[in-house]
Design a protein around this ligand. Structure first.
Ligand code: HEC
Length: 247
């Protein structure tokens, strides 16, 4: 049975108000998608969002440090092999400061400081703590940044879903699907946030992040389109469409 057919009977002021809100939220969702592609999408060095991007963003790339990947890549020509291997070994052993004076500093001074000496914008390797930081294993998002982003997301996005769901609750729709569509975004938002934390500790949870994001985007899109259609398309056009699958 179709319930609560109030949306199409709203006065023009409310229709315009709700339409403005839903359109802005719709554009906001598209922007959020684009932003995810640009920030997380490039985390594994390739465009497009993949499971690896999510793993690198939250769990980090724990197979090695920036120092190791640079010494095997762009910085390969800067030092002879035995120096590179010794620096990599030191990074893998935990980049201990007690090896700095006797073992590490002389090699860095000889092969790296000509460019990494602080005159340019490159990291300044005359400072031991700077060299140590590029030698640290990349362990992804910090707890501090996860806490910050999580609470901003939960508070901010909950309001978006509240109003989108509120407007959609006035549409004509089968009761069961209404309840599913209204609750889905909240459930998937929790799944999404939870998955960041789980991924921080184990990369197997990265797929939950994908499911969470896709889940609430689809549910919001369905609610936005339904609400807009019922406000602006004459009732007889969409009624037959929705009545076909009434219970
Ligand atoms: C001829 C100049 C030069 C020398 C010598 C040099 N580097 Fe570099 N290094 C660069 C440049 C330029 C970059 C920036 C590359 C980029 O971002 O694409 C860089 C970037 C790096 C980075 C990445 C820094 C970051 O935070 O993104 C590391 C690590 C690094 N170099 C390590 C070394 C080590 C170790 C040595 C010595 C064995 C060394 N480099 C010697 C020019 C040099």
């Amino acid at each position: 049975m179709l319930q609560n057919s109030t949306l199409h009977r709203l006065t023009m002021s409310y229709k315009v108000l709700f339409t403005g809100f839903l359109l802005v939220i719709g554009v906001g969702l598209l922007m959020a998608g684009a932003q995810i592609m640009l920030t997380h999408g490039m985390a594994d060095g390739k465009p497009g969002l993949s499971i690896n991007d999510i793993v690198y963003s939250y769990y980090g790339n724990r197979t090695g440090s920036k120092l190791e990947s640079m010494l095997n890549g762009q910085m390969k020509a800067m030092a002879p092999d035995e120096v590179r291997f010794d620096l990599i070994q030191w990074a893998r052993d935990g980049a201990s400061m007690k090896d700095w004076e006797g073992r590490i500093k002389p090699q860095v001074d000889q092969y790296c400081v000509s460019c990494h000496g602080g005159e340019s914008s490159l990291p300044n390797f005359t400072k031991p703590e700077v060299f140590q930081s590029v030698a640290a294993v990349d362990s992804g998002a910090s707890i501090a940044s996860l806490t910050r982003v999580s609470h901003i997301h939960l508070f901010g996005i909950a309001f978006i879903f509240l109003f989108v769901g509120w407007i959609f609750a006035m549409s004509e729709y089968t009761q069961r699907w209404k309840l599913i569509l209204i609750s889905t975004p909240f459930v998937f938002l929790i799944v999404d946030i939870l998955s960041w934390w789980l991924t921080k500790f184990s990369p197997v949870f990265a797929w939950l992040t994908m499911i969470g994001g896709v889940g609430y985007s689809l549910a919001s899109t369905a609610m936005i389109f339904t609400s807009l259609a019922q406000m602006w398309v004459p009732r007889e056009h969409w009624l037959s469409f929705w009545e076909n699958d009434k219970e």
